[in-house]
Design a protein around this ligand. Structure first.
Ligand SMILES: C[S@@+](CC[C@H](N)C(=O)[O-])C[C@H]1O[C@@H](n2cnc3c(N)ncnc32)[C@H](O)[C@@H]1O
Length: 387
């Protein structure tokens, strides 16, 4: 791997503070913490974690770019799925992990154009810094709609309408497990973090127990196989599914159905870190300055939703979702002769839908309650049978 760019002295000092906090937690844990706990601290420790402190994170000057950041075309297109779910005058939109507010602004712009604005647009975002940025984005792009927008500290007790989360499930802490590790067949180890020479973080394995062991054992992983299980994302989806009284929740993220996720060849898992637009696989690099993610097991998400009593309403690729929601129709509003506006739009559409970019790796899953089983957003290319 080519060397990653050096952080500024201030950023390095911040990372040292994050590392010191994690070392204290490891000491409190008797010399070991599970990887999910490490990831939670590195990303979400109050005032310290990657999402909780000053790092720029999203966009060209940050560490990665997401679909809503890439182009308003994404949100303008998905607004059709939102409009279809907003059935009653009191229906609301709830966005989970709204980041900079780019998707919220695009959805509201298009829903206004369609004459289908929700009564309220609620945002649940863990990061205080991103909450402030989303307020600025919305104030700049849709100032006249600000009174409809509210930021919540957690899930509301009940919601009806449309729920959306883009690249949020992949940002939830994962447990890392290893099959056998040379021990008896069926044995599962949980990977955690301990301190090596000079206080450096290093992987350390312990016999898995409880839910981690139960879920990992059911995957029947081959000997030596290392992977992640997304228990936090599943628990979150189950809680959310219980709050939906009527309506549709749509989550878009990178990942696979279970059979593909735990394919024998993917034997080192999917953990990925992003630092200044470079992807690598070392979660211990500069804690607090880089994003850490894992792909999403969409079968687990479907199971969590069903266990909570919701129906799984569709599963498809991002490309198919956008086409079903009218991507070409939204694009056709800009005449190709208007080269200055059309070319960036065409480039964004290509990035969002091309199989070699985001089109195939990113998937969309919908679940909900009280909805018909044939959402327009999934009418072509529904792959629920693969979950
Ligand atoms: C990769 S960013 C994506 C941001 C935005 N949705 C986008 O697509 O540009 C993940 C976001 O999810 C937020 N997040 C993670 N877990 C969350 C949770 N349990 N509740 C609310 N927000 C969460 C993070 O703070 C961060 O803003």
């Amino acid at each position: 791997m080519t060397p990653l760019p050096d952080p500024s002295p201030e950023a390095r000092a911040h990372s040292e503070r994050v590392a010191a906090h994690i070392r204290d937690e490891i000491a409190r844990g008797g010399g070991w913490i599970g990887f999910a706990h490490f990831m939670e601290l590195a990303l979400y420790a109050p005032g310290l974690g990657y999402y909780m402190a000053g790092a720029r994170k999203l966009g060209a000057e940050g560490d990665f770019t997401t679909a809503p950041e890439l182009s308003a075309l994404y949100g303008h297109t998905l607004a059709r799925a939102a409009a279809a779910a907003l059935a009653a005058p009191d229906d609301e939109i709830l966005e989970i992990g709204a980041g900079t507010g780019a998707l919220a602004a695009s959805l509201l712009e298009e829903l206004e154009r369609l004459g289908r604005l929700p009564r309220r647009y609620l945002i649940v975002e863990l990061s205080p810094e991103l909450r402030a940025r989303s307020r600025d984005t919305l104030a700049a792009r849709v100032p006249h709609l600000m009174e409809r927008v509210a930021w919540l500290n957690g899930l509301p007790p009940a919601v009806s309408g449309f729920v959306i989360g883009n690249e949020v499930l992949d940002a939830m802490p994962v447990h890392v497990v290893r099959a056998n590790g040379g021990k008896k067949t069926g044995a599962i180890e949980e990977a955690g973090v301990a301190l090596g020479a000079g206080g450096a973080f290093e992987w350390a394995y312990r016999p898995a127990t409880g839910e981690v062991a139960r879920v990992a054992r059911a995957l029947a992983l081959p000997d030596g196989y290392t992977t992640e299980i997304g228990l936090v994302a599943s628990a979150f989806v189950a809680s959310l599914a219980r709050t939906i009284e009527r309506g549709v929740a749509l989550f878009v993220d990178y990942g696979f159905p279970r059979r593909e996720y735990y394919h024998p060849q993917r034997n080192r898992g999917t953990l990925m870190c992003h630092y200044r637009h470079r992807a690598h696989d070392d979660p211990f690099f500069l804690p607090g300055l880089q994003d850490i993610t894992a792909h999403v097991d969409f079968t687990a998400i479907a199971e969590a939703a069903r266990t909570a009593g919701a129906d799984v309403l569709g599963y498809t690729t991002q490309a198919q979702l956008l086409v079903n929601c009218g991507l070409t129709e939204v694009m056709s509003r800009i005449p190709p002769a208007d080269v200055q506006r059309y070319l960036p739009l065409a480039a964004a559409a290509n990035k969002l839908t091309s199989p070699s970019e985001m089109g195939e790796l990113f998937k969309a899953i919908a679940f909900g309650r009280g909805e018909a089983d044939d959402l327009a957003a999934f009418r072509s290319g529904d792959r629920r049978h693969t979950l």
